[in-house]
Design a protein around this ligand. Structure first.
Ligand code: LLP
Length: 434
């Protein structure tokens, strides 16, 4: 099938009102919301998430495909419930994520388990509830799976995660498909696993998995990886090893910087899959995370103060790297816009948080309409890898999270109390010896 270029329909975005007084997102007045809940505050648009899900589901029409949302992107139970309601499954990497997914109503038969460090206990827990399949990343893990499944007297369904040695052309820290990366195994190694497949009495090794990285803005790396996987699949079929599922991973990029980032459309991405696997008749699995939720989220934050320095002017926000790590961890760009009430002159700021590290910087030398203490700002596209990567560093409680839906909102995580933050800690009273 020829690959056509389609443009990506715009998902709901925070919009300025005609009178310039407030910004609405999914029909909710953000300044009023910030007033009521306080800041910093993660807000997610349910409509935007549903739209992304249906975009991808429509692109997959006619294929036997299941979308398994990468829970790590946003593990809030309310977000996982939205996935469950839309028949989306889950890609998990820990028993914690498994429990969240089940708790949100995602059935075990729509859950896949990825990750290089699954412990025997985690494997046992996932086998117990009967998840769809394990994406196995090493020979040692394969043997552990066999051992644990044997002990439970069940058969585990498994796919081998292929490391196709493809450069995803993304940030080094989120690149996973080069042979120097810790993920998956080479095709040579996978070939040996299949040759020995029948000796695995309690593992049904009949799937392939590939995930080459995240925030990928070009189709070429996907195409290359899938071509390699497809060639291997044909070789395996010919050698008498039936492949019942191919999991193509996640990685679809989103727009963090308007005018600069040009993400690929879901339909074009799916066409690459259709092309590479044109004669494949088994089940397809997809594991998108960011694509489904990133642009559906904003981080609402207030300016604490404007601090003129010797070389730069600092805008000190009440949000910090503990609320959104991406800029400090990957030098990631997030568009930042004030919820301003009138046009103001542009000023160049370094936009920083209160945490005591120079790395607690959201943006350097960024032009913004002039700000004053108390102004409300939106840090955009924070719905993926925002709250799910948050910490309480500097003893800052976890921010609140709110789901917006057509003019109404629901608090889906209340702001953490101090007592919750220190729960489990205690003075060293009862000294023991081992
Ligand atoms: N499948 C597997 C096996 C993965 O490891 C990941 C992400 C995904 C799917 C989902 O990838 P996505 O569709 O979201 O690109 N914290 C980083 C991103 C780390 C991604 C880790 N793995 C960031 O904020 O950019």
């Amino acid at each position: 099938m020829p690959t056509q270029t389609s443009s990506r329909p715009a998902a709901p975005q925070p919009v300025p009102q005609a009178n310039g007084t407030s910004h609405y997102f999914d029909g909710v007045d953000l300044p009023a919301l910030a007033q009521r809940i306080g800041t910093p505050l993660h807000a997610y648009s349910a409509s935007a998430i549903r739209q992304r899900i249906s975009e991808l589901q429509s692109a997959l029409a006619g294929l036997d495909a299941t979308i398994c949302f990468a829970v790590k992107a946003n593990s809030n139970l309310a977000i996982l419930q939205l996935m469950a309601q839309a028949s989306v499954g889950a890609d998990i990497v820990s028993v914690g994520e498994l429990r969240r997914a089940l708790n949100a109503g995602i059935p075990a038969e729509r859950i896949v388990f990825s990750g290089v460090g699954k412990s025997a206990d985690e494997i046992a827990g996932a086998l117990n509830v009967g998840i769809m399949r394990f994406n196995v990343e090493s020979l040692d893990e394969l043997h552990t799976l066999q051992r644990v499944a044997k002990a439970q007297d069940v058969t585990a369904r498994a796919a081998v995660r292929i490391n196709p040695d493809v450069d995803a052309q993304t940030h080094a820290k989120i690149s996973t498909g080069k042979s120097e990366n810790k993920f998956g195994v080479s095709i040579d190694e996978a070939r040996r696993w299949f040759a020995e497949r029948k000796r695995l009495g309690h593992v049904q090794l009949d799937g392939l998995h590939v995930h080459i990285g995240s925030q990928i803005l070009s189709l070429d790396p996907f195409r290359l990886a899938l071509q390699r996987v497809a060639a291997f699949w044909r070789e395996l079929e010919q050698a008498g090893h039936p492949i019942n599922s191919i999991d193509v991973g996640g990685g679809l990029g989103v727009c963090y910087r308007a005018g600069t980032d040009h993400p690929v459309a879901a339909a074009d991405y799916v066409n690459v899959i259709r092309d590479a696997l044109a004669d494949y008749r088994g089940k397809l699995l997809l594991e998108p995370g960011r694509y489904l939720v990133a642009e559906a989220g904003v981080l609402l934050t207030r300016v604490l103060r404007v601090k003129p320095g010797v070389e730069r002017t600092f805008l000190v926000l009440d949000a910090a790297m503990n609320d959104l790590q991406r800029p400090s961890l990957y030098d990631a760009w997030h568009d930042i816009v004030p919820v301003a009430d009138a046009p103001r002159p542009l000023v160049t700021y370094d936009i920083v948080g209160p945490v005591c590290e120079t790395g607690d910087t959201f943006a350097r030398a960024r032009e913004l309409p002039e700000c004053a203490a108390g102004d409300l700002l939106l840090i955009k596209a924070t719905g993926a890898y925002g709250a799910s990567m948050a910490s309480t560093y500097n003893s800052r409680p976890l921010a609140a999270e709110v789901l917006l839906n057509q003019g109404r909102y629901a608090v889906v995580r209340r702001r953490q109390h101090f007592e919750e933050m220190i729960a489990g800690e205690q003075p060293a009273r009862n000294w023991e010896t081992t």
